[in-house]
Design a protein around this ligand. Structure first.
Ligand code: KIV
Length: 282
């Protein structure tokens, strides 16, 4: 299968074909995702929590994001890759937003960028789109503003907040975004927004009725252990597998079961010659 373009993603929406989307932050995970046939990879600023051990995403820098995007690109050059604009990379001005979005393309060769927010980032989305860059919007639970939201909480559960999200979604499409991610909103709202917009609408914790799903690799693989959001389905328990492997290794080293003969390099000259050599240094 060839690499998807944004046009392919739009065609998939029209055809009712669901798109698959995961996060990845490094070379091996990107390879695994591509080999499995995933449509899109998000190099999310969730890398701050999943791979760098921060409590949230606000400490993540442009340098972190670019370097992780480069690694993912090396691992999945045939997959549509979205770079995530970190907190502070688009908050000052439209010019700053364009500057940093351009960096994602020039330095990491990603296919699109994603940024959080609705009406309040309308001009940023327009400026970046006008620069010829594919923009993904992201509304609902927006982790960069978790402080303002009072934590990592579901959004749009009441009519007033749902209305704001509908207005945000419409503004995002109008500003030129070519896809939208809804996070942690009820499926009724997801379905309405997905039908209302002509761009693909994807869900992370926003239910079924939309154009595809995103999930965080650390969550679905059981690697991220700090907490598990309600919307996560765990497909593996990699943390357990890794910890057990380390434990087995410790036991093998202590009891000299590792390394075995097959794990060592064998001398090519005779043992006598080696013993003579060792004698020289005694
Ligand atoms: O950084 C990320 O992985 C994200 C998801 C939470 C949607 O933005």
């Amino acid at each position: 299968m060839g690499k998807k373009s944004i046009l392919d993603l739009h065609k998939m929406k029209k055809a009712g074909e669901k798109a698959t989307w995961v996060t990845a932050y490094d070379f091996p995970m990107a390879q695994f995702a591509q080999d499995a046939g995933i449509d899109m990879i998000l190099v999310g600023d969730s890398l701050g929590m999943v791979t760098l051990g921060y409590q949230g995403t606000v400490q993540v820098t442009m340098e972190d994001c670019i370097s992780h995007c480069q690694a993912v690109k090396r691992g999945a050059s045939k997959t549509f890759i979205i770079g995530d604009m970190p907190f502070g990379a688009y908050h000052e001005s439209d010019a700053q937003a364009v500057y940093n979005a351009v960096r994602f393309l020039k330095e990491a060769n990603v296919d699109a960028i994603k940024l959080e927010g609705g009406l309040r980032v309308e001009s940023r989305i327009k400026a970046i789109s006008d620069a010829g860059i594919v923009v993904f919007g992201h509304i609902g639970l927006t982790p960069q503003s978790a402080g303002q939201l009072g934590g990592f909480k579901a959004q749009g559960l009441y009519v007033d907040s749902a209305r704001e999200l509908i207005e945000d979604a419409i503004a995002i499409e109008k500003a030129g975004a070519l896809a939208l991610l809804l996070e942690a909103v009820p499926p009724e709202l997801t379905e309405f927004i997905s039908n209302k917009l002509s761009i693909p609408v994807y869900s992370i914790g926003a239910g079924l009725p939309c154009d595809g799903q995103l999930i965080i690799c650390g969550d679905m693989l059981g690697m991220f252990q700090a907490f598990t959001p309600k919307f996560v389905k765990k497909y593996a328990n990699v943390a357990e597998i890794i910890t057990n492997a380390f434990k087995e290794y410790i036991e093998d080293v202590k009891t000299e079961k590792f390394p075995e003969d097959k794990h060592v390099y064998h001398i090519k000259d005779s043992l006598e010659d080696f013993e003579k050599l060792f004698d020289e240094f005694k």
